[in-house]
Design a protein around this ligand. Structure first.
Ligand code: AMP
Ligand code: TRP
Length: 337
């Protein structure tokens, strides 16, 4: 079974990304053939700096490897190294309804907040995301809760393509999303009604994977809690509920087990326990990151090898897609370009 996910190139990965997505990538290596893509083509849909973009790609690769992705067992690559992603984006755009793209939440949010150019690429962002997965005929996509809408569009794109060009065959696989049971939506520690995020969140409320242990401890001990004193999940207790979710995810237990353990504890004691657990959880990742990030040549070699394998897989899909759509010379491109 093929498992595919994509992640934006930034060194600012936070605890939400880590628990909601990265941990699932690492776990998925046990279940199937993992394909993980650093989506630099998605990053150019908003203003960016070219030199930075390349550096942040290495940061992201090093974080993923430090978290436990094993290049011997999975394929880790940079999106822009595999031209099939952009080609399939164009082909899928022909079966994608314009109005649907205009109504996507992310497009509305990002274009609303955008003072500079609102690019056509921002509108096509979800089509590129669909192409990412469909080019590999992957059947599972591990992501956080915020990707639900993008996954629905991707599934529809595959279904529409098959209905229009498949002649009864499942040319493109309709993928399933895999959203974690615990930790699919980690909230900002200072404003627990908003999700933890690199762009929209508060600096004190966002724990970065690469934060120093002292900073992580401080942010968690300073997390806002709610009125009352009981450590339990409730709609009117978003702060405490979020911390319960974090501790449960970090320990790999059910939130109810955390509630039971801290039933007679105060908020201060509970927050100290969460802080300690998260520090212990992220400190080794940061240490491995620092080692890996120091060797850019080695990172580049891993990404290039990944791109070669990814290109082979995507090429095979595209031969079929082009043929079904009546594109290209009938028998031309059998060999890998
Ligand atoms: P990005 O860094 O935007 O590419 O996101 C990488 C992954 O992290 C995606 O699968 C998101 O769904 C996931 N993610 C982002 N923010 C959160 C959050 N606050 N809680 C859980 N998962 C998240
Ligand atoms: N849009 C995703 C995010 O912001 C990143 C992404 C790009 C992705 N392509 C993908 C996720 C393919 C899953 C599958 O997090």
């Amino acid at each position: 079974m093929r498992i595919f996910s994509g992640i934006q190139p930034t060194g600012q990965k936070h605890l939400g990304n880590y628990i909601g997505a990265i941990v699932q990538y690492v776990a998925s290596q046990e279940r199937g053939e993992g394909i993980f893509c650093i989506v630099d083509l998605h990053a150019i849909t908003v203003p960016f700096d070219p030199a930075e973009l390349r550096e942040r790609g290495y940061d992201t690769a090093a974080i993923l490897l430090a978290a436990g992705l094993d290049p011997e067992r999975c394929t880790l690559f940079r999106q822009s190294d595999v031209p099939e992603h952009t080609e399939l984006t164009w082909l899928l755009s022909s079966v994608t309804e314009l109005g649907r793209l205009q109504r996507m939440h992310q497009f509305r949010d990002k274009s609303f907040g955008q003072r500079e150019l609102v690019s056509a690429a921002l509108l096509l962002y979800p089509v590129l995301q669909a192409a990412d997965v469909l080019a590999y005929r992957a059947s599972e996509v591990p992501v956080g809760e915020d990707q639900r809408e993008h996954l629905e569009l991707m599934r529809d794109a595959a279904r529409r393509f098959n209905a229009r060009f498949g002649d009864g065959d499942e040319v493109l696989v309709v993928p399933e999303h895999r959203i974690p049971q615990v930790g699919a939506r980690i909230m900002d520690l200072q404003d627990p009604t908003r999700k933890m995020s690199t762009t929209g969140g508060s600096p004190q409320g966002t724990v970065f994977v690469l934060d120093e242990p002292a900073a992580i401890g401080k942010k968690l001990r300073g997390a806002v809690t709610d009125s009352g004193s009981e450590v339990c999940r409730a709609p009117e207790k978003p702060g405490v509920s979020n911390l319960i979710e974090i501790l449960a995810a970090v320990r790999g237990v059910e939130p109810a087990a955390v509630e039971a353990e801290f039933a007679s504890a105060g908020y201060g004691e509970f927050k100290a326990a969460v802080a300690g657990a998260v520090v212990d959880y992220l400190a080794p990742v940061r240490e491995r990151y620092l080692q890996l990030r120091a060797d850019e040549t080695a990172l580049e070699a891993i990404l290039e090898d990944g791109a070669r394998r990814a290109h082979e897989m995507a090429h095979a899909t595209m031969l079929d897609v082009r043929k079904r759509m009546g594109l290209g010379a009938p028998r031309r491109d059998r060999a890998l370009r």
